[in-house]
Design a protein around this ligand. Structure first.
Ligand code: NAD
Length: 380
């Protein structure tokens, strides 16, 4: 089978843990180049993957004619600049979520990829997870009746993190926890429930001594079809984690729950359908007895890369493209703006708000402290 030659930009945690070991299983692509401004990190990923080339300069990597496409896994505030450069160099682009901090940057990325006629896929990998696909199929089949509400919960135990140790928690990232992790469940709400019409956001910073941006958010979305969805998200739970989606229809209620989170799991989500106020049908996916088979079949990061390479090989449009990434960016910015203005924000958003004043206000309002010795953490 012909393989797409890939170069990876940003060889940090995500690159190593989510993709690094799995290139071996990518039938239609191979990683040939690793680029990071930190040479040591690029060397580690090169060793892990067996890639041929190492770069610390993006322009040098983009000048390599062997590379067909790039995978962008840098901090979100660099995505736009790097994606535009890659498109100009004629490379197809697979870009991590959140696509960008602002809709203006998302537009630049979409325009550049259209202009230079390269594919753009955004790494909203839950859309390639078999359990999420199963729920989408059930929703679309009508089995739940007309759907009027979705409640999403996303909790993590991450207080040992800090602005000092991670770009995500600094102002420079352009958004906080809602932007960073929230982009996943926000995308799921839109995927299951349709385009969003208006957004209300409530945003808090609890651990003001550790983070420069939000660590607790509540977002309510009204969809164009009249239905409503909500996301309650925090990185401050004392549980190990929780991810759940409860979908209410006129015929049934569906609950998909992950014991901790779907992100790092090959286990299927527990999916149950409730009817007539008590009748429960468990529709959780079966798994094989074989972890190797599970990995090949259901590692969502591998599945999305396979799809991306396929789109390049067979001239197809990625099923999670720039418009999907942009839509999540728009909803997140609308939620932040709603919190700033204390009112519901109607879409489309004309421009992205300047969030620095919001985060400065959150700093002032934060009443709590989590000291290093009291901080807690779970990688599930
Ligand atoms: N889809 C997911 O489940 C998932 C999970 C983790 C991270 N991510 C996303 O991946 C991206 C990176 O996150 P991470 O956790 O790997 O961060 P990280 O800080 O662990 O790694 C980022 C890497 O980028 C490098 N870098 C910084 N600036 C650079 C530049 N200008 N050019 C090249 N390299 C540069 C850093 O040296 C570092 O090695 C973010 O957008 C994040 O949201 C997605």
């Amino acid at each position: 089978m012909k393989k797409i030659n890939l170069g990876l930009i940003g060889c940090g945690l995500g690159a190593g843990a989510l993709y690094g070991s799995f290139f071996d299983y990518l039938e239609n692509g191979r990683l040939i180049a690793c680029m990071d401004i930190d040479k040591k990190r690029a060397e580690i990923l090169k060793k892990q993957t067996g890639a041929a080339y190492l770069y610390t300069d993006l322009d040098e990597m983009l000048a390599n004619d062997e590379i067909d496409a790039v995978i962008v896994v840098t901090p979100t505030n660099y995505h736009a600049e790097q994606v535009v450069k890659a498109a100009e160099a004629g490379k197809h682009v697979f870009c991590e979520k959140p696509m960008a901090p602002t809709i203006e940057e998302a537009d630049q990325m979409i325009d550049a990829c259209n202009h230079y006629n390269v594919r753009l896929q955004i790494a909203l990998m839950k859309r390639f997870n078999n359990s999420f696909l199963k729920v989408k199929e059930i929703v679309d089949s009508g089995r739940l009746g007309d759907i009027f509400e979705l409640r999403a919960i996303w909790d993590n135990a991450r207080t040992r993190a800090s602005a000092e140790g991670n770009y995500r928690h600094r102002l420079i990232s352009g958004g906080g926890y809602l932007q960073e992790d929230g982009s996943h469940p926000i995308d799921i709400c839109r995927w299951f429930m349709g385009e969003v019409d208006s957004v209300s956001g409530h945003v808090m910073l609890v651990a003001g001594n550790r983070f420069e941006n939000d660590d607790l958010d509540l977002v309510v979305m009204k969809h164009r079809n009249g239905s409503m969805s909500s996301l309650h998200i925090t990185m401050l739970t004392h549980r190990r984690g929780l991810e759940s989606y409860e979908i209410f229809g006129t015929k049934a209620t569906l609950l998909m729950e992950w014991k901790f989170h779907s992100t790092h799991s090959l286990e299927p989500g527990i999916i149950k359908i409730y009817e007539n106020a008590g009748q429960v049908t468990d529709v959780t996916l079966e798994t094989s007895w074989n972890p190797h088979e599970e990995l090949i079949d259901n590692w969502q990061y591998l599945n999305e890369l396979r799809h991306f390479c396929d789109c390049i090989l067979y001239d197809k449009t990625p099923r999670v493209g720039g418009d999907d990434g942009r839509a999540a960016v728009e909803i997140i910015n609308a939620a932040y703006l709603s919190a700033m203005l204390n009112k519901t924000v109607k879409l489309p958003l004309e421009s992205s708000p300047d969030l620095n004043s919001l985060f400065t206000r959150l700093q002032k309002e934060s009443k709590w402290q989590i000291k290093d010795q009291d901080a807690w953490w779970s990688r599930y």
